[in-house]
Structure formats: structure tokens, C-alpha cells
Write a protein that binds this ligand. Structure first.
Ligand code: HEM
Length: 330
């Protein structure tokens, strides 16, 4: 009798725990295992096809995840197209790409399991697959995010700006629960992809607006500066693009941190990481190890940071919705 009642008690605890876990809005690994078992493989195959056609899509998908998470949390709000007031139209989001790939994965998932897989999860999974396909670390993505119901052009103030001071960059990350170490590791996402000259203007041509004769950021290695200036001349075409990790812009590797250390950072925000004692010591820590170990440590830490980023402000449980189409609310 006693055994029977304690068994019932344990069973009750298990059921309640399971119920709370699934209904209180926790993210989980393989959240769709029962409801849409092929969810992750569908996303992977869409991302694989897209990258096979255009390898630059990997960087686009990784950046999209960051921009989604920093405004209103990782809730797919960046995907909404509700005209001139859409969040995606805010200036910090300029140049974002990868929307078609997300929409394609969504369409396939809607026909396989309608109303189940959120756009926010597709963005997070696509970023993970993009990193792996660019030779970066594999990591597990927690899923179960729900899609947000707000998209507003006014809500981009939380986005870090390329010309922010290191203090402001740290503060913007801290506000999202991300540390100085996360700031370094997540900025290292610039190991893949390109920037438009538009974002280089201040750093190359107007770094000291009030000082006669000095126009560029002095932290740029003097051997690197002429190449940058030639590619992005003053009053030149702001749409010209240049690799942010010179020498390996399609390969996810630790080279970006070495470049930042040596004055070969392209973006001003990346260069600022080497000016500050704390962030510089994070960068340096990877180079105190023998080379295969430093690359390994970097990849493990990047994975930790991006999983953490993927939890920012998520909507779960009964919050938000599961959109039918990623670019519009239901
Ligand atoms: C620290 C603050 C950050 C700033 C100020 C910043 C700024 C920028 C800028 C200005 C560009 C060039 C955009 C363009 O011309 O299309 C860019 C590209 C990119 N960013 Fe960041 N970023 C930051 C953090 C991150 C984070 C956290 C990630 C991802 C985890 C990320 C991933 C990327 C990628 C992959 C690209 C290349 C996009 C492409 O080639 O289309 N960035 N970023």
C-alpha cells in the first residue's frame, strides 16, 4: 500500500514536471521531435541548397539571427514586412539578407506540419546550419520560440552601431544579458561575410571630425590602411563590399581575432575590442594556447555565446503565435 502510494506520488511529480516544462515556456532541445520530426532537417536542406548556390548566404543568415534577437527578443520580428514602419526598415538593419531562405523553409514546414514550427526557430536553426556549413562549430539549438506580434521601425535603438564606443557596445550587450566575453565571441561572427563601404566612412574618412589632417582610425595597421582606402575611397560608391575577415571571409575561423589583434579589423566596432583592457584580454586568452587548442576553445566558446544569444527575450508557451508566413502576422 505504502509502495503503491509513493509510486503514484512519483508519477504525479513526473507528470506535473513534464506539464510545467512543456507549458511554462521553456525552450528545449528537439522541441519538435514529436510534432514535426523533420523540422531541423528541412531547415538544413534549405540552407544547404542556398549556400551551394551562393556561399555568401551563410553570413547573411548568421547576421539575421543577431538582428532578430537584439530587437524584441529572438521572435522573428525582423522578418515582418508591414510597410514603411517595419522593424526591418530601421537603419541599423541595412543590408540584411536571407529572408527568402527563411520563407522557403517556412513554406516547406507549413506543408509538412502546419502551424507548428515558428519563424523565430527557423532563423535560429538556419544560423546554426550556416555556421556549420562555413566550417564553424556545430552546436545544438534550443527550440520552442514563438513568433512575436510587434514590428516597429522605432525599436532599433538596442542595436549596436558600428561607431559605438566600447563602453556603449558593452552596455548594449549587458542589457541583453551578454557579457564582455560574449561581445568578443559574437563579434567574431565577422569571421564570415562582408560589409558595405557605407559602414566604413567614419572610420576611414571622418574619424576625427575636428582635427585637421587626420581622418582615419589610428588603430588601423598602417600596412592595411591603403588597401581599405583604395576599396572605399572618400565619396566613392558606398555599396562596394569588402571582407570583414581579410583572407578568409567564407571560412568560419579564429583568424578574425588574430586580425583584430594585429590592427587588421575592418569594422570599427571590431577594432574597439582591441582597445579595451577587458575585451582585449578575452581576445589574447585564445592565443596563449597552442594553435589547435586555441581554435578549439574559440569554437566551443562561440557556440556557448550564440546559444545564449538565442535565448534573449524569447516568447514561449502561450505567448505570441506561430506564423503561417514569416513576413506577416497571422
Ligand atoms: C558588436 C556589435 C556589432 C556591430 C556594430 C555589427 C555591425 C555590422 C556591420 C556594420 C556589418 C556590415 C553590414 C552590411 O554592410 O551588410 C555587419 C555584418 C555582419 N555581422 Fe555584424 N555587427 C555586430 C555584431 C554581430 C553579431 C553578434 C553577429 C552574429 C552573431 C554578427 C554577424 C554579422 C555577419 C555574419 C555579417 C556579414 C553579413 C553579410 O555578409 O551579409 N554581427 N555587422
Amino acid at each position: 500500500m505504502f509502495l503503491q502510494s509513493s509510486f503514484m506520488g512519483i508519477l504525479l511529480v513526473i507528470i506535473v514536471t513534464f506539464f510545467i516544462r512543456t507549458c511554462d515556456g521553456q525552450l528545449a532541445f528537439r522541441f519538435y521531435a514529436q510534432t514535426c520530426p523533420n523540422a531541423e532537417s528541412v531547415v538544413l536542406s534549405v540552407v544547404q541548397d542556398a549556400i551551394a548556390r551562393d556561399p555568401t548566404v551563410a553570413a547573411a543568415l548568421l547576421r539575421l539571427h543577431f538582428h532578430d534577437c537584439f530587437v524584441e527578443g529572438c521572435d522573428g520580428s525582423i522578418l515582418i514586412d508591414n510597410g514603411l514602419t517595419s522593424e526591418k526598415r530601421a537603419s541599423p538593419h541595412q543590408g540584411l539578407r536571407g529572408f527568402e531562405e527563411i520563407e522557403k523553409a517556412k513554406a516547406e514546414l507549413e506543408s509538412a506540419c502546419p502551424g507548428v514550427v515558428s519563424c523565430a526557430d527557423i532563423v535560429a536553426l538556419a544560423a546554426r546550419d550556416a555556421v556549420a556549413l562555413a566550417n564553424g562549430p556545430g552546436y545544438q539549438v534550443l527550440t520552442g520560440r514563438r513568433d512575436g506580434r510587434v514590428s516597429n521601425i522605432e525599436l532599433a535603438a538596442a542595436m549596436p552601431d558600428v561607431n559605438d564606443s566600447i563602453q556603449l557596445l558593452k552596455a548594449k550587450f549587458l542589457e541583453k544579458g551578454l557579457t564582455e566575453k560574449d561581445l568578443v565571441l559574437l563579434s567574431a561572427a565577422h569571421t564570415i561575410g562582408t560589409t558595405a563601404c557605407f559602414f566604413m566612412n567614419k572610420r576611414l574618412h571622418n574619424f576625427f571630425p575636428n582635427v585637421e589632417g587626420v581622418s582615419s582610425d589610428p588603430s588601423i595597421n598602417p600596412t592595411f590602411l591603403p588597401g581599405l582606402e583604395a576599396r572605399c575611397p572618400k565619396d566613392g560608391d558606398v555599396n562596394v563590399r569588402l571582407a570583414m575577415d581579410s583572407g578568409s571571409e567564407q571560412l568560419f575561423d579564429i583568424n578574425i581575432l588574430q586580425n583584430i589583434r594585429n590592427g587588421f579589423a575592418v569594422l570599427a566596432s571590431d577594432a574597439r575590442l582591441n582597445d579595451d583592457e577587458t575585451t582585449k584580454s578575452v581576445i589574447d586568452s585564445y592565443f596563449s594556447l597552442p594553435s589547435p587548442l586555441s581554435a578549439q576553445a574559440f569554437e566551443v566558446d562561440f557556440a556557448d555565446s550564440i546559444v545564449k544569444m538565442g535565448r534573449i527575450g524569447v516568447k514561449t508557451g502561450f505567448q505570441g503565435e506561430i506564423r503561417r508566413v514569416c513576413s506577416s502576422f497571422n
